[in-house]
Structure formats: C-alpha cells, structure tokens
Write a protein of this length. Structure first.
Length: 410
C-alpha cells in the first residue's frame, strides 16, 4: 500500500486540493467512525472484496468484505446505498478466500531458453450501491413498492432487525442531514462530513442499508462480511461514499458470476498492465512489480480503469470446498475477476458492470522472460542518447515514478 507521505508530497507538487479524511486511513467499507467509550477508533481499511451473482430469479446477490489492519470496535458503522428494500445477511470470509485464491493472477518467470526460474502469485486486495436512479447501483433495481414500517422525524424506516453480529436498518430521508441525524440518534457512528455525499445518494433515489457492529458478547474483533440481495441487473460498487474514509490508494477486487463475461460500464475502462515489464520483487505482496504496472495502466485510463485478472468458465475454479463458493461456481456458467487500485482523488464515479457474451476469456497465468526485458533495455540504451523517460500522463506519471523508486529502495 502506498505510504501517506508520498501522496501528500505528490498532491502538494501538483497543487491539487482534495478531500482528505481525518485520519486518512479511516474506517469501514463505505464509512464509519467506529465509536468507543474513549471516542472514535478508526478501522484502517486495507481494501475491498466484492462478489456479485446475477441470479436466475432476476435478483443480484452481493457479498461484500472490507479488509482492515486491526480489529473492529463495537459500534463500527457501515452505510450502503441501495435501491428498493433489499434482503440483508452475513457471509463467511472463507468464501472470499477460496474464490480469491482460485482466480488470482499467477506469474511464472523463465529464462530465454524457456526453463523455469521461479513463480509467484498475486492479485487483488480485496466492497460495493451507486449511480443514478436510472438503474446503476448496488444495484440497478426498481424502487420497492413496499411502504415503510415507520416514519421517524421525517425518515422512512424499513426492517430494523438483527443480522448476525450487526444491528441493521433500511432507511430513506429527504436529505443527507435527516438521514445522518436519524443514524446518530440510533447509535450509528457517522462522520460530520458524510452529510454531503449522503445527500447525493438521496437525490439520486437511493435508500440506505445501515449496519452497526454489535456482537452479542460485546467484544469487538473480526468484522463479518455482509450480503445484500436485490432486484436488478447491473452490479455497481459505491466508491464515492467509500472516499469519505479511505486509505490514499484503495485495493478493490470484484468477481462477477453469471451466464457470461462481465465488462466495466460507463466511464470505467478495461485496462491491461504491461505484463512483459513485470519483474520479481520479493518485498511486495505479489513478490513482483505487478502493482506498479497496475498503477500505470489505471492512471493511463484517468484513474478509472479495471484490470481483468481472470475470465473463464466457472469449471476452471479449482480447490473449492467452502459451500457458498461451491454454490457460486456450480450455479453459474461464467466468472470474471476485476482488480483496481483507486487513488482517493479518483473516487468520484461509481464503477458499474454489465454482462456480455462478446468478450474473450482471460488466462490468469502469465509467463514472463525477464531477460528479454533486460536485452531490450540494453539495446535501447546503446542506440539512443541518454535522456529522461517520458511521462505519458503528466505529473501523475511522475508520481508513479517516484513511488516506484521509493518502493525499490525499501
């Protein structure tokens, strides 16, 4: 994960004014202040993993897991924009772990003669309501016809209940302030700066699924993943609300299950890292420079890009034993895995995905010959005068170069 000091320097250099949460590495899948007796205790979010299943009954089920660097305190609050009145539940972390391992990119390094010289696995970190009322959100769904169970200070309330270790409610209001005030009055920890972005989702026709971590034993710890099932066709990840409390660069892994291949929709593009440029780097999570190449490809797409790390028949997913993972693979014909690293200043558009039969499979195994890259670099240096490398996307590219140098110095 990119260190905060580097991004502060880069933002100062390019004169960008950005919303920087206090603290920068704060809580939750979407937002929280993680309350406690002594005040807010932020949960440092390391990434998001989201699984979407397009089901035969016309619904989509989303499995959402936030990844964090410390245990969650009791009172941690999680707010998800939704359409209609979805069904809420909890999931098992093993489902994410097994599907992640079965689809993560693999890198095999060989020498010029083709002999094996080493390999490593890698890939996404590893959630997800959005867009406009025309149907691009966590779901694209018809507004639910059901009347609210209660009206409370101008806020409509459906289904206050308990789901696993969470106290939950589905609510809607006339503006962001009304929603936030209701949540605070009912012991949800929502930061002051949340009202504006909540107001955006209210304006675009959303309701909100609110989760408060409230384990029966009263002891905080592992934050369970959640499920949200809704009527709809187009999965979407609510990145805009995530930006309220995100690390400077967020790792996001998305897997879609359905009858066909999925692709990014709207302003997001499918991008391809320069795999030939990847070399071993044993100090990184993937033991390669894969993240550097993902950063470069995403920035070349204006910060709105997704790498397709794997796309195939679900029969290619091996080693699954978790019941829910097995069910997802056996009940759906196709799986697509996406990965991105989103800088906080580009969390301004909610990513959407659509299903299509028109795109090819993507193999997760990449065989790379590092000697070919070395030979190419030596040829270029001997046939051209010494000069600075070009920066293809302005100062953002310079930032990537600085980050790469700092990483290799560790």
């Amino acid at each position: 994960m990119i260190r905060k000091s580097i991004w502060v320097g880069l933002l100062m250099a390019i004169g960008t004014v950005a919303l920087w949460p206090e603290p920068a590495a704060a809580c939750g899948g979407f937002m929280c202040d993680g309350g406690g007796v002594a005040g807010p205790t932020p949960v440092v979010q390391a990434g998001e993993r989201v699984l979407f299943e397009k089901r035969q009954d016309g619904t989509i089920r989303a499995y959402v897991q936030i990844r964090y660097q410390q245990g969650a305190s009791v009172g941690f609050s999680w707010l998800v924009p939704v359409m209609g009145v979805p069904e809420l539940g909890v999931a098992d972390e093993a489902t994410f772990d097994q599907l992640d391992a079965a689809s993560a990119p693999q890198f095999r390094f060989v020498n010029s003669s083709g002999s094996f010289s080493g390999s490593s696995g890698g890939g996404g970190g590893g959630g997800g309501g959005c867009g406009a009322a025309d149907g691009g959100d966590f779901a694209t769904a018809e507004r639910g016809a059901s009347e609210p169970d209660t009206m409370d200070d101008g806020v409509q309330v459906w289904n206050e209940s308990r789901v696993g270790d969470y106290t939950t409610a589905i609510i809607a209001g006339d503006d962001g302030d009304a929603v936030r005030e209701w949540l605070i009055a009912h012991d949800y920890d929502i930061p002051d700066r949340a009202s504006e972005i909540i107001d955006h989702y209210v304006y675009t026709g959303h309701r909100f699924a609110a989760f408060r971590y409230d384990p029966l034993d009263g002891v905080g710890g592992s934050l369970p993943p959640i499920t949200i099932t809704y009527t709809g066709t187009k999965p979407c990840v609510p990145i805009k609300i995530t930006a309220i409390a995100s690390v400077p660069v967020l790792d996001v892994m998305v897997m879609t299950f359905g009858e066909g291949r999925a692709i990014p929709d709207g302003e997001y593009l499918e991008v391809v890292p320069d795999y030939a440029n990847i070399v071993p780097a044993f100090s990184t999570a993937t033991q390669t420079t894969y993240y550097d190449e993902v950063d470069t490809a995403v920035m070349a797409a204006g910060g709105h890009g997704w790498v397709v790390e794997h796309a195939s028949s679900t029969h290619m997913l091996e080693g699954l034993t978790d019941p829910e993972a097995v069910s997802l693979a056996s009940n759906n014909r196709y799986v697509t895995r996406f990965y991105t690293r989103i800088p906080q200043e580009f969390m301004d558009v909610d990513p959407e995905f659509v299903f299509t039969p028109e795109h090819a499979d993507v193999n997760r195994l990449h065989v790379i010959d590092p000697s070919a890259l070395t030979a190419s670099a030596e040829t270029a240096s001997s046939s051209a005068p010494l000069r600075f490398a070009g920066v293809p996307f302005g100062l953002a590219g310079l930032g990537l170069l600085v980050r790469r140098i700092r990483r290799r110095q560790r």
